[in-house]
Structures are given as structure tokens and as C-alpha cells.
Design a protein around this ligand. Structure first.
Ligand SMILES: NC(=O)c1ccc[n+]([C@@H]2O[C@H](COP(=O)([O-])OP(=O)(O)OC[C@H]3O[C@@H](n4cnc5c(N)ncnc54)[C@H](O)[C@@H]3O)[C@@H](O)[C@H]2O)c1
Length: 391
């Protein structure tokens, strides 16, 4: 196989973005498109240059069985996202899944077992882990320049207006809260039910890469639902998780999508503190990220021109999205499917980002109970392809 014949599932904003990008990255051919909202098929097909033979599906089973599809780009947004990724693997195909990986721990296990049993590639297409400053921070931590990491923070407090919360499922059109009174066809989307903390993989993925660590315990808190910013929306405004890692660091991470934030700052913010220094992402659009080294004769934090964009990005990566990072997930997936190189961000590391997020929401539901996070890797307690004993 010299090119990956890929079917794109979920033809919303992100799926259409992938349709464009997959044609710019060498080694892909789009052979099928799937969405249960049929009016979204033609606009997605219009973006495909080689339209001949591209199959359009509105039925999941027929899409899964399509013999023109070796790999699935999973860009749906729904409760079943994890189960659908597992079904792709169970059908003998590779899957590149959008974030978040899953919404239940059962689906995390189903993905792991299906990947192990099928030998097919599972990738969580989490791209922020490829940002330039994430690479630099990982190197700084690995070289011991800030000592032993004791504390790490991350947040994804984003605001895209309110249009992703109401949709007409016959046409695919989204509506903002101000449009609801005149549009009875606008129905609440899955995001009214999805705990915002389920989106934590976007923070855990880069920071666990920096720390080279995994979460072992989690507890969490939430503001109440519905939103205080937009009472029409069922989602709480802010959820915060406190986590302990295997290497004895404490993580504090937050998510929220319903309240305005300064656009110039961006939605993400991070800091890493160690026994001999610290690293900090910029607080506003006019600031720079910062670093302080206890052993560096430094009286104060220093500005460093770290960016999301990498200094070593190839031309192909430029403007691919999210500070050029979107390109890297498609290259990593392609190379793994074609057997060029295995994934560094493998199914176990992906579940290391998904399970703490799911358990954080479970903790909130149980009055902030402290919960243990399973290690999905096979070992003495579990053979590959089998559930752990007693689970
Ligand atoms: N990595 C990133 O930076 C990033 C950015 C945006 C979105 N995302 C992720 O991408 C995914 C899609 O986001 P979006 O903004 O395009 O959402 P969207 O709601 O605009 O589009 C999702 C599409 O999937 C379809 N869909 C959902 N469930 C389905 C099902 N079970 N069967 C068939 N079709 C189904 C919907 O009809 C819709 O057209 C989400 O998982 C989201 O979390 C990731």
C-alpha cells in the first residue's frame, strides 16, 4: 500500500477541515465520506479534488464495510465517539480519531483491546503535543534544567460563541442562543450533556509529554449547570481536575467553553514548576512565555520567544491549523499505517490522556471522590487483548 485510502466520518467544521488538509499531505486518498446528516455530503464532496469513485454514506454499517476504505478519519462529535473508534478497529481498519478519544472508561478499554487484537493503528489526533514550545519544554525537563517537576497546570478555557450548542439535525445548520426563540428546529447538541472536563486530553497530551509521566489519581470540581454565562446552555462554565502523577507531581487542569475569554491570549495556558526552576506560557497576547532557572543567576523570570509554530516545520506544515500542528498528526498516522515508523503517541499514551478526563467527570458526579486511573498497558496483571482480571 503506497497511499492510505481514507474515509472521513463526521462532516462538520472539523471534518471538512480534514478533507482539505488530507489532500495537502502526501500519501492520502479520500475514498469515502460519512455523516448521518445527508445535506452535509455535497458540501464536503465539493472540497474533494479527485471526486471519481468517492462513496457517500449516511449509514454507519455501510461506511464501516466499505472495501475502498483502509482507514477512518473520525471527526464525529457525540457520546459514542470512543465506541465508534473501537468499531473501526474491530472492522479491521485503522482509525485516526479526533479529540476527545472517548466518553466512558468502557470505551477506552474497548479501543485498547480492539487495537491489540486487530493490530491496526489507533491514533488520537491530538496535535498540541507537536507545538514548538512543547518540544522545548520536554527537552528542558528531560535535561533536568528545572529539577524534578512538582507542579503543572494546564487549561483550555475556550469560547467560540454559542453556535456549537444548538443544531438542526436535518440540515446541519447551527444556531447561537440569540437565534433560538425563532427556530424551534434548533435542538440542543451533545455538548449540553458532555462534561467540559472530557476535553482535557488537549491539555494532558502536551503536558504528559513534557513530564514523561502518567496520571494515577484524580479528583475534580465543577460550577453548576446550566451555564451562568448562557443559562440556555446545559453545560457548566468551569470544571477543574486535581491529579497526582506516577512521578509524584501534582497537576491542576481546567476546561470551560461557555464564557468569554480574551481572544488575543488564546484558549490554552500552561505552566510547569520544578525543584530548580519553572516554565510558563504567555498570559496575554502582548506577553512572551517565561522561564526561570534557580541555577541560572536569574533574579526574575525571563521572556523566551517560544511559540506554537516550530522553527523546524517543513513548508507542508505551514498554515495547516493550530499553529501548524495539525499537519503532524496526519504524517504520524500515515507513517504508522504504511509501516514506516510506529506511533510515539500510541494507544496507551492516548488513553493516559482520556481516562483521567473521564474519571474527573465521574469524580464530580460523586462529590469530588478521589479515583484511581488504570494503566492500560499489558503486563503481569493483563495479557494483550484481554480485559484485566476482575474488571
Ligand atoms: N483537535 C482539535 O483541535 C479539534 C478542533 C475542533 C473539533 N475537534 C473535534 O472534532 C470533532 C468534530 O468537531 P466539529 O466541530 O466538526 O463538530 P460538528 O458538530 O460541527 O460536526 C460533527 C459532525 O459529526 C456528525 N456526527 C456526530 N455523531 C455522528 C454519528 N454517530 N454518526 C454520524 N455522524 C455523526 C454530525 O452530524 C456533524 O456533522 C469533535 O470530536 C471535536 O471534539 C477537535
Amino acid at each position: 500500500m503506497e497511499e492510505v485510502r481514507i474515509g472521513v466520518a463526521g462532516l462538520g467544521g472539523r471534518g471538512r477541515g480534514w478533507v482539505r488538509l488530507l489532500q495537502k499531505v502526501r500519501g492520502y486518498r479520500i475514498t469515502a465520506l460519512y455523516d448521518w446528516i445527508q445535506p452535509l455530503h455535497e458540501p464536503a464532496l465539493a472540497l474533494v479534488e479527485r471526486k471519481d469513485g468517492v462513496r457517500l454514506h449516511s449509514d454507519w454499517e455501510s461506511f464501516l464495510a466499505d472495501d475502498q476504505v483502509d482507514a477512518v478519519a473520525l471527526c464525529v462529535r457525540c457520546r459514542e465517539q470512543g465506541a465508534m473508534a473501537a468499531q473501526v478497529l474491530e472492522a479491521g481498519k485503522h482509525v485516526n480519531s479526533e479529540v476527545p478519544a472517548a466518553h466512558t472508561l468502557e470505551d477506552c478499554w474497548r479501543i485498547v483491546l480492539a487495537a491489540e487484537r486487530s493490530g491496526r493503528v489507533y491514533q488520537l489526533a491530538e496535535q498540541t503535543r507537536y507545538w514548538g514550545f512543547v518540544e522545548a519544554w520536554r527537552d528542558t525537563v528531560a535535561r533536568g534544567l528545572i529539577g524534578r517537576v512538582t507542579f503543572c497546570e494546564g487549561q483550555y478555557i475556550g469560547y467560540y460563541g454559542t453556535r456549537q450548542f444548538f443544531q438542526d439535525t436535518r440540515t446541519g445548520r447551527f444556531f447561537g442562543v440569540e437565534e433560538i426563540p425563532g427556530h424551534p428546529e434548533a435542538k440542543p447538541t451533545w455538548l449540553h450533556e458532555m462534561p467540559p472536563i472530557h476535553y482535557l486530553p488537549h491539555e494532558l497530551s502536551p503536558m504528559l509529554k513534557v513530564l514523561d509521566d502518567r496520571v494515577v489519581e484524580v479528583t475534580a470540581m465543577s460550577t453548576g449547570a446550566p451555564s451562568h454565562s448562557h443559562p440556555e446552555i446545559g453545560q457548566p462554565d468551569i470544571q477543574v481536575a486535581l491529579m497526582k502523577t506516577e512521578k509524584d507531581a501534582i497537576l491542576r487542569m481546567a476546561t470551560g467553553f461557555t464564557q468569554p475569554v480574551p481572544h488575543a491570549r488564546g484558549h490554552h495556558w500552561y505552566q510547569v514548576m520544578g525543584t530548580r526552576g519553572c516554565l510558563e506560557w504567555r498570559r496575554s497576547g502582548h506577553e512572551r512565555p517565561k522561564m526561570w532557572l534557580a541555577d541560572g543567576q536569574m533574579h526574575d523570570l525571563a521572556d523566551v520567544d517560544w511559540r506554537a509554530e516550530r522553527t523546524d516545520a517543513p513548508a507542508e506544515a505551514r498554515a495547516s491549523g493550530h499553529g501548524d500542528a495539525d499537519y503532524y498528526v496526519h504524517v504520524a498516522f500515515r507513517d504508522a499505517v504504511l509501516g514506516v515508523r510506529p506511533l510515539q503517541f500510541d494507544v496507551y499514551r492516548a488513553m493516559d490522556t482520556a481516562a483521567p478526563a473521564i474519571l474527573a467527570a465521574d469524580s464530580i458526579a460523586r462529590g469530588s471522590q478521589l479515583l484511581k486511573v488504570p494503566d492500560f498497558r499489558p503486563g503481569a496483571a493483563r495479557r494483550a487483548g484481554e480485559m484485566p482480571k476482575g474488571a
